[in-house]
Design a protein around this ligand. Sequence first.
Ligand SMILES: *Cc1c(COP(=O)(O)O)cnc(C)c1O
Length: 404
Amino acid sequence: MSQSLSRKQLIEAAEEFGTPLYVYHAEKIEEQLNELNKAFKECNAKFFYACKSLTNINILKLMHKLGAGLDCVSINEVKLGLKAGFTPDKILFTPNCVDFEEIEAGKLLNVHINIDNISMLERFGNKYGSSYPVFIRLNPHIMAGGNFKISTGHVDSKFGISIHQVRHIERIIKSTGLNVQGLHMHTGSEIKDTNVFIAGLEIMFEMARQFPQIEVIDLGSGFKVPYYDDDVRTDVHDLGKKLAQAFTKFEKETSRKLEVWFEPGKFLVSEAGYFIVKANVVKTTTATVFAGVNSGFNHLIRPMFYEAYHRIENLSNPKGAERIYTVVGNICETDTFAWDRKLNEVREGDYLVFYNAGAYGFEMSSNFNSRLKPAEVLFKDGKPQLIRKRDEFEDLLKNQVEVL
Ligand SMILES: *Cc1c(COP(=O)(O)O)cnc(C)c1O
């Protein structure tokens, strides 16, 4: 049985807290994590929630309570994780293009550090030698993921150290005594074909054979969730079976039992999130009917940025006749959430909901057009609680320095 919030619950939240509103469902997050635990139970697996998808402190605390670790891409995410109660050994710091000081800051906080370029690896090795274990982020040169913006493992990607530079990595390890505890790859988001992970794994096994101190292989994430009926999802159960076989084989050959780590973001929180807006204007033109809502790409950028599809429903008029709409926001440039979308008749004042709004929704929001960021609400045990206040006008001026 799949956990979801009812139309009634969503409408009540919209009435109580106002719109636009992000709503999250704790039990759905738990269900997703349980599914991963089940799918990979034959593996020696650990899950580190990629918190850049949604960092509200309550979500972090929930993840901690559910037993997940945390994958962080900035030192501030690391600090948020510590504040939420994660111990440093449950935090993996995977920054890209940061200065050495930020990597050192992670070391000072005692978290796992994942280094993604040769120059930083060299500096870290020179300074700390074998005293502090590190992970190395590799770029396996695999094209994977839903689209170019979210693909990170291909040859043109800025992420990771090329697998063709293994000799260089070896030299650094030899000359500095660096202790490489784990190898990492993350080839992108929305990977439908589980063989991408297996291909990456084989490359990493090859390296692990050369470096006997390696204990962990981190396969990143990219688990896809469905965005509409019949949409594909990454078959994590199939992947779990394939990985169990591959790791068992490696263990037989080498007598080494490696851990496998994952960093799911979208998989854990996407479907647990709902974004509720209100239809302000219904405008019929010669070309279409626009449903203009009280939000825009400043609140949910995925449709405009990634051409992502989010299922939309009219919460207020579920039995209304179906019509075709272009759903648009109020930002003063092209701001389209959906083209040619069949919705139950939209009347001005109706609540519309966007599904799959948990991941990269609020987190990528901005104050563009001097609009206020939405509030966030968490449903847990059937009860909605405000977990972030809506921005107020004063927030727009908060860090501005008036000199004129
Ligand atoms: C963004 C990111 C993830 C999470 O990706 P999802 O597609 O949201 O699961 C995992 N690992 C790293 C290093 C990332 O940058």
